[in-house]
Design a protein around this ligand. Structure first.
Ligand code: ACO
Length: 363
């Protein structure tokens, strides 16, 4: 078996399916393109939670309950924000989430949905020396995230963020979802399971990639020669951020959804975003060519993180907070997977093969 458990099927799930050869993502019976831009994040939370919680209300009631959960999380965690703020923003968010009750019910789940959305803007404002803005529970989840950031509520940017949250809500048995399911299988509680997911998401080979995408774009712009910069990066053993995937052998379908959102923002709302997109497209083309030449044996295509970086930058998030926003979307899938795993009643406990030194029993 490969060290990375490549090709191992470790769970049955009704939640999502990643077709790596065809480039399709199915989320609970719906294609990504059916959901992204058409369903609100709260509706997709309901889709994922359906059957996993007693007393799950309809769409609009659930969206109201998510709003109430944002208000509750803000009230609970506000006194601690000053102590969390000196940490890097991802660690601060994770530490704040660790303070939430470790239960199994819908109220616990909704606090966990609310927490990244509330903590991220509050921590960003404190880091800028500003007072956190309390959530407005009557407003849509994505719009309220931007409202708490203090940039005003532009419907176009709120819609873009909402589409992003839906696009990343779930994605098969990725590293963070697997980590979540392992902890959930011990019956530890939803907060513990989500903390495992957060730990796995942070790394640059998973959800930590979009911040470095911005750093790469800036470095390439400064160098003035995309292909030379990219070839140099590969020659020194580096990885091109926002490219490659364990499952997809074709283009990640999420990349196209997010690129279309950035294109719309650029055309209608922000000329700066439009020119950033044009530059990113030239870098993408150069990267695909350089990767094809450097790794002809492997089909390395654009993944979700490349256009995530552009979308979140346009929406007003600094690059150090991109993984937090990813977590704000993915937490919905993690919770549903945790509940699905718990329902099997089976502890995940694989074996290892011992390859270390053997004790000298004769002496
Ligand atoms: N840049 C340069 N080389 C790459 C890249 C890349 N982005 N991706 C894969 N390769 C190369 C590897 O170096 C390796 O080359 P080798 O055979 O000469 O050693 C070969 O392709 C196969 O690499 P693996 O690590 O086996 O491929 P895997 O499919 O397991 O990797 C991963 C997937 C980790 C995402 C990888 O493509 C990568 O590091 N990408 C850059 C980071 C990134 O964008 N992460 C976000 C992923 S999307 C998400 O998790 C939400």
């Amino acid at each position: 078996m490969a060290n990375g458990l490549d090709d191992v099927v470790a769970a049955d799930t009704v939640l999502s399916d990643v077709d790596g050869a065809g480039g399709h993502l199915t989320i609970r019976g719906h294609s990504l393109t059916e959901l992204a831009g058409h369903w609100r994040f709260g509706q997709v939370v309901r889709l994922l939670f359906d059957g996993f919680f007693d007393g799950l209300p309809g769409d609009s009631e659930l969206e109201k309950a998510i709003g109430k959960a944002r208000a509750e999380v803000f009230e609970r965690l506000q006194p601690m924000l000053g102590q969390l703020a000196p940490l890097d923003i991802y660690s601060a968010m994770r530490a704040g989430i660790a303070l939430l009750p470790d239960g199994e019910g819908l109220a616990d789940a909704l606090r966990l949905i609310a927490a990244p959305a509330v903590l991220t803007p509050a921590l960003l404002r404190i880091a800028r020396g500003e007072k956190p803005i309390a959530p407005d529970e009557r407003v849509d989840h994505a719009a309220d995230m931007l409202g708490m950031l203090g940039g005003g509520e532009s419907p176009a940017f709120a819609k873009a963020l909402d589409t992003y949250l839906v696009t990343v809500c779930d994605h098969g048995l990725n590293a963070s979802t697997f980590a979540t399911r392992v902890v959930a299988s011990t019956q530890a509680g939803l907060t513990s399971a989500i903390l495992a997911g957060l730990g796995a998401l942070k790394g640059p080979l998973h959800g930590g990639a979009p911040g470095p995408v911005i750093e790469m774009l800036d470095a390439i712009e400064a160098s003035g020669d995309a292909a030379a910069w990219l070839r140099g990066e590969i020659a020194r053993g580096g990885r091109i951020m926002g490219f490659g995937h364990r499952i997809y052998r074709v283009r990640d379908p999420r990349a196209d959804v997010l690129k279309a959102v950035v294109r719309q923002l650029g055309a209608r709302n922000s000329r700066e975003t439009g020119s950033r997109l044009a530059f990113a497209e030239t870098v993408e083309q150069a990267a695909l060519e350089v990767l094809k030449a450097a790794k002809p044996q492997r089909s390395i295509q654009t993944n979700v993180e490349f256009y995530t970086a552009l979308l979140l930058e346009a929406a007003g998030f600094p690059k150090e907070a991109f993984s937090n926003v990813f977590a704000a979307g993915r937490v919905a899938g993690w919770i549903a997977h945790a509940r699905e795993q718990q329902a099997t009643g089976r502890l995940i406990r694989p074996q290892s093969r011992y390859v270390g030194p053997v004790p000298d029993l004769v002496a």
